[in-house]
Design a protein around this ligand. Structure first.
Ligand SMILES: [Zn+2]
Ligand SMILES: [Zn+2]
Length: 145
């Protein structure tokens, strides 16, 4: 069985069918508003490798940018997924929703340029003011989906 996770109220559960990759912090304004926290940590899996195992009918979706949307528990609001039109082959899930979030650790920061001033991570991982240089399709001015 792969890594598992779920929401605050327990109505929605998921399983990963492969190992997640590209784990990183995002400090964009959309993530701040989506989470109510200074930043979010996402990791990626191939589309189809993130599978709802309970409560798929409770999952809601919201357009969070012109090219992306986010999926969350419609009962308790826990944010699960970000999907971006430019990268249909992968989905990004919020790492803190894993049952064991320490399984994977962030390797970089993106949107450091919109980091909240009093939030001061002291890790030594790379910091990018916006997207990472090799990010496909996402070089505009908008934050990630
Ligand atoms: Zn929930
Ligand atoms: Zn973000």
């Amino acid at each position: 069985m792969g890594l598992t996770g779920g929401c605050m109220c327990g109505e929605v559960r998921y399983e990963l069918k492969s190992e997640p990759f590209d784990c990183g912090w995002c400090h964009c304004r959309t993530c701040q508003l989506n989470s109510g926290a200074p930043a979010m940590v996402f990791a990626s899996v191939p589309d189809g490798d993130f599978a709802w195992t309970k409560g798929a009918d409770k999952v809601r979706s919201v357009h969070s940018s012109s090219f992306g949307h986010r999926e969350f528990c419609g009962e308790c609001g826990t944010p699960f997924l970000m999907k971006v039109d430019h990268q249909p082959e992968t989905v990004d899930f919020s790492v803190a929703t894993l049952d064991d979030p320490e399984t994977i650790a962030p390797e970089f920061h993106i949107f450091w340029g919109s980091k909240i001033g009093w939030f001061n991570p002291s890790d030594g991982i790379p910091r990018h003011d916006r997207f990472r240089p090799d990010t496909r399709g996402l070089d505009g001015s908008e934050p990630p989906g």
